[in-house]
Each structure stands twice: as structure tokens, then as C-alpha cells.
Design a protein around this ligand. Sequence first.
Ligand SMILES: C[S@@+](CC[C@H](N)C(=O)[O-])C[C@H]1O[C@@H](n2cnc3c(N)ncnc32)[C@H](O)[C@@H]1O
Length: 200
Amino acid sequence: MRRIVLLVHRVPVSGAFTLNDLAGGGGRMDEVARVVSTAFLASNELRRDTEVTLLFGGSPPPAARRIRLYGERIRFLHPDERSTAALLKNALVRSIPLEQDVEASPGLVVGPVDPLAELRHLAEDPAAVWLTEDGGPFDELPPDRGATVLLGDADDPTPAEREVLESAGLPKASLGPRALRASQCVDVWHNRMDRRVPPG
Ligand SMILES: C[S@@+](CC[C@H](N)C(=O)[O-])C[C@H]1O[C@@H](n2cnc3c(N)ncnc32)[C@H](O)[C@@H]1O
């Protein structure tokens, strides 16, 4: 299983933004949506072996939200970022009055979260690495590391998130010398993983 944990910083967790302004009022929801579609959609197939966790840490609990997407069950995912953003926005809106997780659409579960506690938990995954430009080469990771990646959205992890990642002792891995967009990181990472285990 491949797992992506995206730290989302500026998207309004209430879903109070318009699909016509994903980059501005949407707090870079355009990039979050691109990460999701890049995570799951190859040319002519869905990557069923992939899961994505979006940690919306921009507002502290009880407003903070987590969205989990499961490749095995996900539906209604299309290549354009606007429809993906709509799927995520609808989930955030539906979750506002709820105190527990709900499957807002097939394969998409949303609910309240304590983002730093959840990050601490996710960082315990023995396959996890922190994707960052100043890490060691991804290709030199041991084979049991790298199937789970944690990364920032349009922004790097906050100081509080960095502290969690550092105190978890998470290995840092770089995908190359240039600072990439998060969605580009997902593309490159999938490619590296495909080379490790070619699609059967
Ligand atoms: C758009 S970048 C954040 C801003 C970027 N650090 C900059 O200086 O422009 C989003 C995230 O992608 C990941 N990232 C970007 N470039 C990377 C690289 N070359 N290797 C590994 N991760 C990278 C990091 O997790 C980063 O927080």
C-alpha cells in the first residue's frame, strides 16, 4: 500500500470558498485537489493501491478536519482539479455539524481531528518518510522505507508540525535538487515507487 499524508494549511476548513477562486479564497485548494488527482489517476487506470490523508490544520480543534481517501473504493474522481475540489469542499461542508467521521462519498471519509496528535500517530508508520528538499536521496532509502510520504501543500510544514516530525525521528528524503510543487512530488514519488515495484 502507498500512503500520502498532505499537510494542508490555508484551505478554509468550513469549505467556505468558491470553486472559482481555489488558489486565492480557497487557500490553495487547487494544489490540494491536484495532489489528490495525481495520487489516484494514472493515464487509463486508478491507482487502487494508494491512500491519501489530508490534514487540515489551519484551524485548531474542534474545527480542524481530516479527509481520508481510499483508492480501493474511491469514486467520482475526475482528472480536472475543479471537480476534485468540489468533492473535497462538499465533504468539508457536510462535516461541519458532525462530531465523528462520515463517509461523505464512496471512499472519502471526513471528520474532526486533532491535527498534531494525528500527525504524531501517522509519523509512527515504519514505512514513513518526510519529503523535503534538504533530505537524503529518496533512491537511497532502504526498501522498507518510502511507501508512506508526508509533505506540505503549497507551504512547508509549520514550526509545530516540524517539531512533531523531528521528534518522531522521521527520515527526511529528497526527490531532487529543485523545490517542487506538492503535486509534482506525488508524480515523481509514484514513478520512483513504480520502478521499485513495477505495476503487475
Ligand atoms: C511547494 S513545496 C513548499 C515550498 C518549497 N519548500 C519552496 O521553497 O518553494 C511543498 C512541499 O513539497 C515537498 N517538496 C518540494 N520539493 C521537494 C523535493 N525536491 N524533494 C522532496 N520533497 C519536496 C516538501 O514537503 C514541501 O513542503
